[in-house]
Design a protein around this ligand. Sequence first.
Ligand code: SF4
Length: 659
Amino acid sequence: METKALLEKINYCNSLTSYSRRKTIPVKVGNVVIGGDNPIVVQSMTTVDTMDTIGSVEQCIRMIDSGCQLIRITAPSIKEAENLQNIKDELKKRGYNAPLVADIHFTPNAAEIAAKIVEKVRINPGNYADKKKFEVIEYTDESYQEELDRIRERFLPLVKICKEHGTAMRIGTNHGSLSDRIMSRYGDTPLGMVESALEFLRICEDEEFYDIVISMKSSNTQVMVQAYRLLVQKLEEGNFKPYPLHLGVTEAGDGEDGRIKSAVGIGTLLEDGLGDTVRVSLTEDPEFEAPVAKALVDRYQYRADHEAIAVLSNYPINPFEYNRRETFEVYNFGASNVPRVIADVSAIKEITPKEMKHVGHFYLPELDKWKMNDQGADFVFTGSNPIPFMLPNGMKEIQNYEVWQNTTDAENKFPLLTFEEFLHANRFHQKLNFLFLKDSEVAAAIPFIKERADLVIILKTSNTHTYPALRRAFVYLLEEHCKIPVVPQVAYPQQSDDKTMLYTATDIGGLLVDGLGDGIMIDAQAYRELERETILKQIKLHNSISFGVLQAARTRMSKTEYISCPSCGRTLFDLQETTAMIRKRTDHLKGVKIGIMGCIVNGPGEMADADFGYVGSGKGKITLYRGKEVVKRSVPSEKAVDELIEIIKKDGMWNEPEA
Ligand code: SF4
């Protein structure tokens, strides 16, 4: 698509250069309103069995106390749907009025009961009226229409009940559980996800029912971002009402990985001004989810005051599909190379071999050898504090230009120049030079650098609207067909470790999802006055965030990926304990994706593109998968991890962990 034409056609967000929240219709959910001019709502989901009234109530209270404004509870059958009344009553008795949402898969009869009790019902259009058989069916236009008529008949009673009782609804599409019908016509694509929701939305609008929130979740952050953008685009094009959006990344996992993955997907969309309610799904107790969601959302409270960014006259990036920006190959940057990690250690004077472990390189003094783990930084930036020993294998050093001019090691050490230094330099490295540019300098620099095949740009902005400001700088480069690789650099020295993680994931993750960026660098200069141990701790954190962001944006796999569900009332085993156990045995399997799902009803669909799956199929029973294919059914849980490893071994994807 021509770039100009593309810009004219983009209406998924108000502005690509100034923060502006998309205006949606307000949807009332009990005492909370989602959308309109209301603040973004934080929500989460219980994990206790819905039949355990007191357990559910106590968990709800912990969630509310942690900042959760809306609580979703699974209702897998009529009895759980009915028990929502008891949970609601008990909560009310204890003085809590947070609205409840019933989560429905496969069971319209449970939905119809729940809709009379709670304030909102979530349906999954992939399985509300369809059973998943993983079949590819050829539809004619007539047979497809017959299917739509069948859905209408099944879905209409719920719409009518919601309308009558003032109950809101979420049409919640999941990438992993699209119906066979949608898969047959659209594949498991963002367009398929959008169409899946629109089929149900058309029925609601025909009935003049508009209290609807929509979501497009996936555990693949690229697919998730594209699907939400495409949804808004299609709502606009189809003259639907501007319904509020519920943002979430499914099966994000736990700990740092889960937080980073959630921020890459949710944060990128919040930057676009999209999103009216957020749920972060972690394989942790649900009271840990709301603070993460809140940290993401709170970042936009004063965002509209950001420094102006030059408006666009064209937009050469397709926001609905992943295309990596075309660049020269400069040394090992750009072209088809994985994005590189540059660890900033410049705040440490006289760094020792032992301290290099903080960036994934381990010195073994007995053997006088170096060992690198999966998160060994590719480059270290030492600024004016050059490394005083021989560099580990696989690692190179970047020095400030004035320091580099005195180096004798041209093989392993490369200069970083400011634009001013670049303009007056009379000596460059033959293969690789780093040019530090602020976003405001990029347009002016292009004529001087455009054809240089020995440059990598380190790009930084001081604009608080960081991702769009950096993206704007990339647009200058794209417009001028400047193919120099770029490493975005960010810095959040005033923020906590958690916020540094979430903000980096949003700002650089957003760029990576758009196909922009050939590396990642987190500036640590601001820590130089702190104690050595504190600086080293930050450096370690930055290195691990860097690899985490590249993995979460699906641009560089450096560790095992766990696609684990957050658990809910359907869960058949202790997900946190089991995830920890599987992680302990398999976390050396770089790039292997393992799905860990609490139930067989939704698990197989929702583990998306996992290579192997560990799915609860009964009390103490596990079913093991290779991709979507069942390999072993009903394995006793005490043997299931060993059996899973056997399957990985048979597939040749196992290697023994190093001692
Ligand atoms: S896959 Fe996990 S979160 Fe989803 S329904 Fe099953 S147990 Fe609940």
